[in-house]
Design a protein around this ligand. Structure first.
Ligand SMILES: [Zn+2]
Length: 86
C-alpha cells in the first residue's frame, strides 16, 4: 500500500488558483520549481495554505496532460526494464 515518495513521478499542488504538478517528489516550501506546463513557481509545503480542499481548485490542463503522458511513458519504460533482455 502506497508508494515510496522518491518514486513519485510528480507532485500536485495548488498555485495561483490552479492545481499544477512539478516533477519528482514534494519539495521544501519555497523551493523554485518549474511546473509540467512550463510555468515557474514555488513549491508549497505542507504547512502553507493548502488546507482548502483540492477539489476547489481547477486542475491545470497542460499539467494534467503532461503528467498523464509521463506516467504512460514511465509505465512503458518500466515494463521494458523488467523484461528479460539478456
Ligand atoms: Zn500547470
Amino acid at each position: 500500500m502506497g508508494e515510496p515518495i522518491d518514486t513519485m513521478p510528480h507532485t500536485w499542488q495548488p498555485y495561483q488558483g490552479q492545481r499544477h504538478a512539478y516533477p519528482g517528489g514534494r519539495r521544501t516550501n519555497g523551493t523554485p520549481v518549474v511546473f509540467l506546463c512550463g510555468r515557474k513557481g514555488e513549491a508549497a509545503g505542507l504547512d502553507s495554505d493548502l488546507c482548502s480542499p483540492p477539489r476547489l481548485w481547477w486542475t491545470c490542463r497542460d499539467c494534467y496532460r503532461e503528467a498523464r503522458d509521463r506516467q504512460e511513458r514511465r509505465h512503458e519504460t518500466g515494463f521494458a526494464a523488467v523484461s528479460y533482455s539478456s
